[in-house]
Design a protein around this ligand. Sequence first.
Ligand code: SAM
Ligand code: DTB
Ligand code: SF4
Length: 316
Amino acid sequence: MNTTTPHQTLDAILEIYANPFNDLIFEAQKVHRLHFDPNAIQCSTLLSIKTGGCSEDCGYCSQSIHHQTTLKAEALMDLEQVRAAAQEAKANGAQRLCMGAAWRSPHDKDIEKVAAMISVVKEYGLESCVTLGMLKSGQAERLQNAGLDYYNHNLDTSPEFYGEIVHTRSYQDRLDTLEAVRDVGIKICSGGILGMGESRRDRARMLQVLAQLPQAPESIPINALVPIPGTPLEAAEPIDGFEFVRTIAVARILFPKAYVRLSAGRGAMSDELQALAFLAGANSIFLGDRLLTTDNASTGHDQVLFSRLGLHSSEV
Ligand code: SAM
Ligand code: DTB
Ligand code: SF4
């Protein structure tokens, strides 16, 4: 399989996708083994530090004020709550705490509070990640000074399909934030959601846009939509399992050195599907009973799964 040219055309990416499944997985596994311990999985834990009441209208999200969901909004957490969560994440074996806030974009005073949270997370020897919406460059710099390791900001889908899902900001807004974050040297976590009614072409395009960034993201989350009652995507057709695994494999091949994160949606996946995703090159998960506002696969179940597959969590 001819797979690795630095700037992939869309057709080249679609060709990788279209390989026989076994060939695709074999190639992804070969690439994976060149750069990673094939049995090590990076584990991050999510914490929603500010929940709900978001002014954006992302069609998948439980936290938007535009949708009638049952979610209760909560103000920004205090430092002691973050400390307790960091302690618990560490005890459960996570290497990183990812703090998410339901903001379109934070105010400068919010950034100061999040900077203090980052310091608390670092006290526990955890890596820090935040996802706060759109950032201005001064804000990115402040987070960098606070010791932030990763900023999560997903492209979510192709530029062509984006307008079907989100109407309150543009794809270019997403790219601008990624640029502001990259410019100050924070590592980037950026990927998307599968199962929103997008086509394979959209999935390939999203990966192409990520591959065309001046520097590839260090972490690429591939989420399966968690359907939220009351959102426009509540009844979306679930992503086919093989198509999900193919997308992981293509991401692994296009981004040999990135962590490819098997992200939201694991709670609805069989152990066998997750094992296939690991075989295709996924090497990072969210560990912990909750994602941001929905349930995750349980920590206990994950421990059993790791043991059945002979997987271990990576060191920081
Ligand atoms: N408000 C910030 C933003 O949108 O960038 C940060 C939080 S937002 C909840 C982070 C990401 O979670 C989204 O970009 C999306 O990829 C993912 N996400 C949100 N709701 C989801 C769902 N129902 N299923 C799967 N992924 C979801
Ligand atoms: C990402 O790509 N997935 C995470 C994290 N980045 C912030 C969020 C998943 C959210 C799933 C739905 C929820 O729990 O609200
Ligand atoms: Fe707000 Fe983020 Fe949810 Fe969009 S995904 S509605 S920006 S919290």
